[in-house]
Design a protein. Sequence first.
Length: 180
Amino acid sequence: MSSEHREIEVFVHREGAVPKTVRVPAETPLAEVLAKASIDHHPDLLVFVGESVEALEEALEIEEGEDTHEPVPVDHPLHHHAGHHRSLHLHCHRCRRIAVGVNYHAKTKHHRFSPATTIETVKVWARKKFHLHDPDDDRLVLKVCQTDDQPRSEVHLGELVKGGACTLCFDLVPDVKVEG
């Protein structure tokens, strides 16, 4: 089956909402995928394809680094980005980057992440930046600053941003699970 005649499952992520899933032919332009997911495409909307993990390659000495994961044109057909994959993640956001601060003890590390970055990637990045390599450090989790909210590892940063700001703050803390 050629790439143009197969269907692709698309997970459409957006600000402040759970992802929507749509199935479309591979030749469908991204703008039509957004329409099928009930997302209005407007000039300020940026669409990122895939997940961003490039912060994990950042050198330790870099302070306040920034991802280079760029949005894509919405007139491209889906198969242009999906290759031979049967599924794809699209991230629709108004923020090109999300400025994240992660606090651990009395220190803070900063990075400007793509909205397509998961909580797990931010946590791994933070552990690297804070030089946390002990096996017990695997139990650390990210908690939204000044709340009890602990986002799941697979949640993308773009889903957490609300209210016009392109910033997030996390505390890196021990995972305290209450067992009953």
